[in-house]
Write a protein that binds this ligand. Structure first.
Ligand SMILES: Nc1nc2c(ncn2[C@@H]2O[C@H](COP(=O)(O)OP(=O)(O)O)[C@@H](O)[C@H]2O)c(=O)[nH]1
Ligand SMILES: [Mg+2]
Length: 356
């Protein structure tokens, strides 16, 4: 065991021994921050190993979805059914050694789906090429955590590996503003449940000496540490249980009680519902265009992220155009009245029609 490992163990032990209340909050905060920093050092990839081939992935399309799960649950089979990709399907574990991309076309959106090698326990620490797998998971706009009927217990394990890799699932990010100063020590304003004293301790642990820290939103010490740490991403996730064709109705009903999506990739069961859920969870909106003096184009909507503005829509068409246009007309949910004249900062809604 390395000395770094030993220090981690010692701090974990001390945290376990310290009861949590207001008077110990700053102490626990400091310990947890210390722990987070040590783990960052432990998990930093060693430079000597060099870069491995096969995991360089480019994001394309309107959004990227990544399939994560243990080997043999049917990830490749699902990818092949959702897209026109051909990911190798095998009876044996670890058939998929590279990242296989496919494009799912749904409601006019082109959604990139990535099939990556099976995630095994200890992945965050580098087992089974875990680090590379997790680095692909980090670029996802939505994660599909996939197991099959015989590996439902693995869901928590997958969540844990992702957590250790800095991926926060279905969580609103904390809001912390840090402004470095040249002198004056640490000035803290906490509008959250965490005391200013604890914020100060944690900030110091992360190497801040002179700075103004404003904590607008943080639900817990861990969330505050997440705000200081460098590698956190906040990603929506869905849990999928595959191979329900192997279950009888009674057992299927039991599983359904959990918040999971049941499918059979092989028999193409539940896939329409899954696509709908993917589209919804990505928070994509469709905006129809109406060229001046012409009919609305309902065939090819612009696909934008939730809360997108008119400027985003125009920019998606042409980066030049966005400099020329000053206002547009909108029909639909976001418009006060049909054909409302709006500026570039107007927020669009799903199924709006836009003309400029
Ligand atoms: N019964 C059943 N078998 C499936 C289903 N989906 C995949 N499989 C089988 O499970 C095995 C592993 O599938 P694969 O897609 O390679 O899994 P991956 O390792 O997660 O990519 C293959 O033999 C598939 O035919 C399903 O919905 N039902
Ligand atoms: Mg596979």
């Amino acid at each position: 065991m390395t000395s770094l490992d030993e220090r981690v163990k010692a701090i974990e032990e001390e945290i376990r021994k310290t009861p949590y209340h207001k008077a110990t909050e700053h102490h626990i905060g400091r310990l947890r921050a210390k722990l987070a920093r040590l783990k960052e050092r432990l998990e930093a990839p060693s430079k000597s190993k060099g870069k491995r081939e096969g995991f360089a992935v480019k994001k394309t399309g309107d959004a990227t979805v990544v399939l994560v799960g243990p080997p043999s649950v049917g990830k490749s089979t699902l990818l092949n059914k959702l897209t026109r990709a051909s990911s190798k399907v095998g009876e044996y574990d670890f058939t998929t050694l590279e990242v296989v991309p496919g494009i799912l076309e749904y409601k006019g959106a082109k959604i990139q789906v990535l099939d990556i090698p099976g995630l095994v326990g200890g992945a965050a620490k580098g087992r089974g090429r875990g680090r590379e797998i997790l680095s692909v998971a980090r670029i996802a706009d939505l994660l599909l955590l996939m197991v099959d009927t015989s590996s439902i217990g693995m869901i928590d394990q997958i969540k844990k590996e992702l957590h250790e890799a800095g991926v926060r699932l279905n969580q609103e990010p904390p809001e912390v503003k840090i402004k470095k100063l040249s002198k004056g020590g640490l000035k803290v304003v906490s509008q959250s449940v965490i005391s200013a004293k604890a914020v100060k301790e944690i900030g110091r642990e992360f190497g801040l000496v002179n700075a103004e820290i404003i904590v607008k939103k943080a639900n817990s010490i861990n969330q505050l540490i997440d705000a200081f740490a460098s590698n956190r991403v906040y990603t929506p996730a869905l849990v999928i249980v595959n191979k329900i064709d192997l279950l009888n109705a009674k057992d299927a009903k039991k599983i359904k009680k959990n918040d999971v999506i049941l499918i059979s990739a092989k028999e193409k069961a539940g896939l329409e519902r899954l696509k709908e859920k993917i589209f919804k969870s990505l928070g994509l909106i469709r905006v129809y265009l109406r060229p001046k003096g012409q009919e609305v184009d309902f065939e090819k909507p612009l696909i934008l992220k939730k809360e997108a503005m008119v400027a985003d829509a125009v920019r998606k068409l042409s980066k030049e155009l966005v400099k020329e246009i000053k206002f547009a007309r909108v029909w639909g949910f976001s418009a006060k009245h049909p054909g409302q004249q709006v500026s570039l900062s107007h927020k669009l809604a799903d199924r709006d029609t836009l003309s400029f």
